[in-house]
Ligand binder design. Structure first.
Ligand SMILES: Cc1cc2nc3c(=O)[nH]c(=O)nc-3n(C[C@H](O)[C@H](O)[C@H](O)COP(=O)(O)OP(=O)(O)OC[C@H]3O[C@@H](n4cnc5c(N)ncnc54)[C@H](O)[C@@H]3O)c2cc1C
Length: 375
């Protein structure tokens, strides 16, 4: 029986696109299917940031930033690559101590970063309120416009041969084949599930939970902010929170607009804005950047992150469904971690050497409690 592709990838967000690109680059015939409903890639902030909540997250994100540097030399201008770096802001002595500890962890992974005192911080970002204690400057963090990078990976001049994108909704995976909404079946040797939050529609045993976020973008105010600004309290106030939370997170877009985040609400997949939460988020932003009070807001929107219980993505074979591979659960860091995720997945599928230890990201870590073949 003839095959439609060696591998079918379900989902053309940044993760599916990166996986498809990596597999096709290894010589496979890859077919990407996307139903155009859109996902987190189109809704997110596109901040490429080394995160270090745990060793596995640091390994994945620091490798990814190195891969992004390689991509950056080829990206087109629509990708809006902007190597602005990140300033992790310390509001008090305790957070300055956290900045020093973060610096030690990042430098152990050869991530370039320097501590900045209050005076230097004020000269780097004069729009910040006075009284901050300093910051950690992570030089090689950057920002992109992720939906256009996904397009570039699939359709741009560097897209490998034998990489095809088709608009179709997958309604079932009969590994290693897929059934489409029109009843037809496409055949392959392997299927990669990379459809973000909707992974559980096709693989209900995955431990994925929705974490909604809101963003707001302003009119153009070039030169107001120069780096992505994130409060160091972000890790405690938002990233690890178990209930609704907000944190100060502002990104200078190459257009001069300011993209303001961030918020987190669990188990809400609706697209509606939560105005009290938005107000809380903006109050926090104005607290750090008082001049924002006078800026015009143009648009606000929501997106939903696909979160696993430990915050790490699931990359590798499904434990019991032979022929089904998983690249899901990238939560709030999937734009950053897409390149390394793709390398890790492709290496496991093709038998190539993995660039880092893949075991922290494999689905088996959940198999005792949550993951089984739902049949
Ligand atoms: C508010 C917000 C801010 C964020 N900020 C950042 C940030 O600054 N930095 C960062 O690194 N990450 C950030 N993220 C996270 C990041 O956006 C996601 O982790 C990443 O985009 C996930 O990509 P994905 O390809 O896995 O999924 P998605 O982008 O959700 O793509 C899934 C695709 O699958 C398709 N699909 C779904 N079901 C089917 C089906 N049955 N058949 C066919 N196609 C299907 C959808 O149409 C969609 O195109 C943010 C997310 C949000 C919501």
């Amino acid at each position: 029986m003839s095959l439609d592709a060696d591998t079918i990838v379900v989902g053309a967000g940044i993760v599916g696109a990166a996986c498809a690109h990596a597999l096709a680059a290894s010589g496979q015939r890859v077919l990407v299917l996307d139903d155009l409903r859109g996902g987190a890639t189109a809704a997110g902030m596109g901040h490429l940031v080394v995160m270090d909540d745990n060793a596995a997250e640091l390994a994945l994100s620091s490798l990814s930033l190195r891969l992004w540097q390689q991509w950056s030399t080829q990206l087109d201008s629509d990708s809006a690559w902007h190597p602005c770096g990140t300033l992790w802001l310390a509001a008090n002595a305790e957070e300055m101590q956290a900045a020093e500890e973060k610096q030690a962890r990042l430098q152990a992974q050869n991530v370039a970063c320097t501590l900045v005192d209050a005076v230097r911080l004020q000269s780097m970002e004069p729009a910040l309120r006075s009284g901050l204690h300093g910051a950690l400057h992570v030089q090689h963090d950057a920002v992109v416009y992720a939906p256009n990078v996904a397009q570039w990976l699939l359709l741009g001049p560097t897209a490998p041969a034998h990489l095809q994108l088709r608009h179709a909704k997958v309604v079932a995976i009969e590994e290693p084949h897929v059934r489409l909404a029109d009843g037809s079946v496409l055949r392959a040797q392997a299927v990669v599930l990379a459809n973000g939050l909707h992974a559980t529609d096709l693989c209900p045993d995955l431990p994925i939970r929705a974490k909604k976020g809101q963003l707001l973008i302003t009119d153009r105010y070039p030169g107001t902010v120069h780096h992505q600004l994130v409060e160091l309290g972000y890790v405690t106030s938002a990233h690890h929170a178990t209930g609704p939370s907000v944190a100060f997170n502002v990104q200078p877009r190459p257009t001069g607009q300011l993209l303001i985040g961030s918020s987190r609400e669990f188990d809400d997949t609706s697209r509606t804005l939560n105005f009290p939460m938005l107000e809380q988020m903006l109050r926090r932003a104005v607290d750090y950047l008082p001049g924002l009070r006078d800026c015009n807001a143009i648009r606000s929107w929501t997106g939903v992150r696909a979160a696993t219980p430990d915050g790490l993505p699931i990359l590798g074979p499904h434990p019991t469904r032979a022929g089904l591979w998983l690249a899901v659960g990238h939560e709030g860091l999937g734009v950053t971690t897409a390149p390394a995720s793709a390398q890790i997945l492709a290496a496991q599928m093709t038998g190539a050497a993995c660039p880092i230890d893949p075991s922290p990201y494999r689905a088996e870590r959940f198999s005792q409690t949550t993951l089984h073949h739902a049949g």
